[in-house]
Ligand binder design. Structure first.
Ligand SMILES: [Zn+2]
Length: 289
């Protein structure tokens, strides 16, 4: 990770909406996790489920008609994919690139209308034009990852619907990750040029919650090896081992975890518990095994 070349910026310079838009934990996924959590520690040794996960990823880029040709170019998208692939390969997940589509459409290029189910923390829909775009681009099965980049998302930098138990095939078009082009690897968003926003969003796709979920109370992110912490936004620092937002509970804030909001160059780790959880949720929810 090229931390040395990272140039901190002041808080005032950062975008106020440069974080992921997911809040909370979805009840239906929590229910599945609670049912299967007991055998998760030994999960990867369970017969038939320790195999490497194979996932095909498709990228869909929506740009303005007057955007320059090199905006989120295929070359840039392939570099972002390679980073994603190299990262997830460390956790037993083999990603392959299915394809890159490009939509030149001023309306679709701005994801400005989306409704949110605040219990399940999922996007329920958008405009007719955008839903049509999702439907005609969303191919494959529930094991197929679709990643959408837009010129702009209103109110957030990124969002990805969680793996949702029992999602009917007719609603697969709602399954995917949505990000602003400026958080693409090499993009212009403050603290978000290193491509780990996508790593974070795909973590949600595999069923991971924020490590600050629940704050200092309750079950947190439902994973045992991520210490409880509260949410703080990226300020360009990486206070590993020194920041402790739940001082009465064990451990310091895991600011280097992909599922925190820390600045991109700081995030470089999933824990063994998160590794197991991604496999567990994939087989339980996405593969149905
Ligand atoms: Zn998130």
């Amino acid at each position: 990770m090229a931390v040395a070349s990272y140039l901190p910026q002041t808080l005032q310079e950062r975008s106020l909406d440069s974080e992921c838009g997911i809040k909370g934990t979805p009840s239906s996924l929590v229910e599945v996790i609670e049912q299967r959590r007991d055998d998760e520690a030994s999960y990867q040794s369970l017969e038939g489920r320790d195999a490497e996960i194979q996932v095909t990823a498709y990228f869909h880029i929506a740009v303005f008609a007057n955007s320059t040709e090199d905006k989120a170019s295929n070359e840039a998208v392939k570099a972002q994919f390679q980073l994603l692939k190299d990262t997830y390969a460390l956790y037993g997940i083999n990603l392959s690139l299915g394809g890159i589509s490009r939509e030149v459409n001023d309306t679709i290029a701005v994801l400005s209308v989306w409704t949110l189910d605040e219990t399940e923390n999922e996007i329920l829909g958008s405009t007719v034009e955008t839903e049509d775009y999702w439907k005609r681009t969303r191919t494959g099965s529930y094991e197929t990852l679709h990643i959408y980049f837009y010129e702009d998302l209103i109110g957030t930098a990124a969002f990805c619907n969680f793996a949702k138990p029992g999602r009917p095939e007719s609603d697969y078009y709602l399954d995917g990750c949505h990000l602003r082009i400026n958080v693409l690897l090499g993009g212009s968003a403050p603290y978000r040029a290193y491509g780990t926003t996508l790593t974070h969003e795909v973590g949600h796709w595999f069923g991971l919650f924020h490590i600050f979920a629940g704050g200092c109370e309750g079950e947190g992110d439902y994973i045992d090896d991520t210490p409880a912490q509260t949410v703080t936004s990226a300020d360009g620092t990486c206070p590993l081992g020194t920041k402790d937002t739940c001082p009465d509970l064990p451990g310091t804030d895991m600011v280097n975890n992909y599922m925190d909001y820390t600045a991109d160059p700081c995030r470089d780790t999933f824990t063994p518990g998160q590794h197991s959880r991604m496999h567990n949720v994939f087989w339980a929810v996405r593969s149905g095994k």
